[in-house]
Structure formats: C-alpha cells, structure tokens
Design a protein around this ligand. Structure first.
Ligand SMILES: [Zn+2]
Length: 85
C-alpha cells in the first residue's frame, strides 16, 4: 500500500506483508513531519488496488542429466558389458 505525507508530496510504499495492523506514528524522511497513520485491515488491501505478489513456486523436478554425462554413462555401461562377456 502507499502512505502519503500530508505535508509534502512524498509518498512511501509499504510491502503488503509489512503493513501494520494498528495505527502508528510515522515520520516523513523528507520534511520531518509526523502524523498518525491508519492502515486498512489486511483483508481490504486488495480492494485498494495494491500489488499482489504471485507465489512463484516451481514444481520439484527430477534431476536431468546433461547429454554429455548420459553419453559417458552409456559408454561405461557398454564397456562393462563388454568386459563381462
Ligand atoms: Zn513530508
């Protein structure tokens, strides 16, 4: 969400997961103004058009061997089979 300084054009962006649940005294770093900032309830944040963070969770993949490694393994297997025969 965004917090606007009432005294100057400065605005601050607060990550959605760091928005306090209770009103807090905040200070503007630009002009030094302090004010009581009220924050919306967590559930109503999406209504304000704030940016949602999409969970970028990838499914766990099995290790894929590079082709060069596979070739070596196949050669080793072929060699071993030859030696045993
Ligand atoms: Zn300010």
């Amino acid at each position: 969400m965004e917090v606007f300084c009432p005294n100057c054009p400065q605005r601050y962006r607060i990550p959605i997961d760091r928005v306090p649940t209770k009103p807090r005294m905040v200070m503007c770093n630009t002009c030094g103004n302090t004010w009581m900032q009220h924050f919306p309830k967590p559930g109503s944040l999406s209504a304000l058009g704030s940016i949602k963070t999409h969970g970028n969770i990838r499914p766990v993949k099995r290790p894929i061997y590079p082709k060069a490694v596979l070739t070596v393994l196949q050669e080793e297997a072929a060699l071993e089979a030859k030696l045993r025969s």
